[in-house]
Design a protein around this ligand. Structure first.
Ligand code: ADP
Length: 273
C-alpha cells in the first residue's frame, strides 16, 4: 500500500542521513586529531630553543655576567636561540597562511635564470663553509621567462638549496639546473650527492614537522616545515614537485613552472650561432 511504501522511503532517507552524519563526525575526529598533533608539534619545536635561551640568561644572572668574554659568549648563544625562534614562528605563520588559503600569489612574468642566479649568489658562501661546490648551469639560455610568484618561487629554491647544503656531504656538490622543455614548461632541479633519503621515508617528507633524523636535523637548525611550505607553494601554482633520492648516494628535488606567454624568450640560437 501507499503507506508502507512511504514508510520504507522514509526509513531509507533516515538511514542515509544517519550514515552521512556518521561520516561527517569521523572526518571531524580526524581533523581534530591532526590539530592536536600539530599543536603538540608546535609547542615541542618552541620549547627547545626557549629553554636554551632561558638557560643562558639564568646562567648570566647567576654570576657569569661578571666575566666579559663569558658574557659575550652566552649573550651570542641566547641571541642565536631567539633567532631560531623567530625563524620557526615565521615558518609557522607561512604554513598557516598557506593552509587556510590566505596567501595570495602575486603572479608576474619574471626571468627564472636571473632568480636562480640571485639564489646562487646568496648561498654560495653558505655552501663554501661546508666545502660544498654549488654549480648552476643553464645550457645556452640567457633568459627564460616564467609566470609565477617570484618571491615565493625564490623561497622554494632557497629551501631546496639550503637543504642540499644541510644534508649534503662535506666536500660534496649541489647542482642547480633549469631545463627548458619544448612545451610550455620549465623544470628547475636541485641535485646533491649528500646523505640521500631511504625509500620508506620519502612519502612522508613533505609532511609538516617530518624529519628523517630527528636529532641530526635539529642540530642543523631547521623547523621541519621547509618542505611542507615548498609543496604548498608549488601546488598553489598548480605545478608539480618531484623527488628522487637514493640513500647514501644523493637526492634530486625538482619542480615545474609555466613559461610566460607574452614575453619572448631570448632564443638559444642567437647565442650559439
Ligand atoms: P628541516 O627543517 O628538518 O630541514 P624540511 O621540511 O626542509 O625540514 O625537510 C624535512 C626532512 O627531509 C629533513 O629533516 C631531512 O631529513 C630530509 N631532507 C630534506 N632535504 C634533504 C636532502 N637534500 N637530502 C637528504 N635529506 C633531506
Amino acid at each position: 500500500s501507499q503507506v508502507t511504501t512511504d514508510m520504507a522511503t522514509l526509513t531509507r532517507e533516515v538511514e542515509k542521513f544517519t550514515e552521512h552524519k556518521k561520516l561527517e563526525i569521523e572526518a571531524l575526529k580526524i581533523r581534530e586529531g591532526y590539530r592536536k598533533e600539530f599543536m603538540g608539534n608546535v609547542s615541542h619545536e618552541l620549547k627547545t630553543p626557549l629553554f636554551t635561551v632561558q638557560g643562558y640568561i639564568l646562567t648570566l644572572l647567576d654570576g657569569a655576567m661578571k666575566d666579559k668574554s663569558v658574557r659575550k659568549k652566552y649573550l651570542t648563544r641566547a641571541s642565536k636561540g631567539v633567532e631560531r625562534l623567530i625563524y620557526i614562528v615565521k615558518d609557522l605563520d607561512m604554513i598557516s597562511k598557506l593552509e587556510v588559503g590566505d596567501l595570495h600569489l602575486q603572479m608576474e612574468d619574471f626571468n627564472i635564470v636571473e632568480l636562480v642566479q640571485n639564489t646562487f649568489d646568496l648561498l654560495e658562501m653558505k655552501a663554501a663553509k661546508k666545502n660544498i661546490t654549488l654549480t648552476f648551469d643553464v645550457e645556452y639560455q640567457k633568459a627564460i621567462y616564467v609566470y609565477g610568484d617570484r618571491e615565493r618561487i625564490q623561497q622554494v629554491l632557497t629551501n631546496l638549496v639550503v637543504n642540499s647544503i644541510k644534508y649534503g656531504k662535506k666536500d660534496g656538490t649541489t647542482e642547480i639546473t633549469i631545463e627548458n622543455l619544448i612545451k610550455n614548461k620549465v623544470i628547475v632541479r636541485v641535485t646533491d650527492n649528500g646523505e640521500g633519503i631511504a625509500k620508506e621515508n620519502i612519502p612522508r617528507l613533505f609532511e609538516r614537522f617530518y624529519r628523517v633524523d630527528k636529532s641530526g636535523s635539529r642540530k642543523e637548525g631547521g623547523s621541519g616545515l621547509g618542505l611542507a611550505i615548498v609543496k604548498h607553494i608549488i601546488e598553489a601554482h598548480e605545478e608539480k614537485i618531484y623527488i628522487e633520492s637514493v640513500f647514501g648516494v644523493g637526492s634530486e628535488f625538482s619542480f615545474t613552472l609555466e613559461k610566460s606567454e607574452e614575453l619572448p624568450e631570448i632564443s638559444s640560437e642567437s647565442d650559439i650561432f
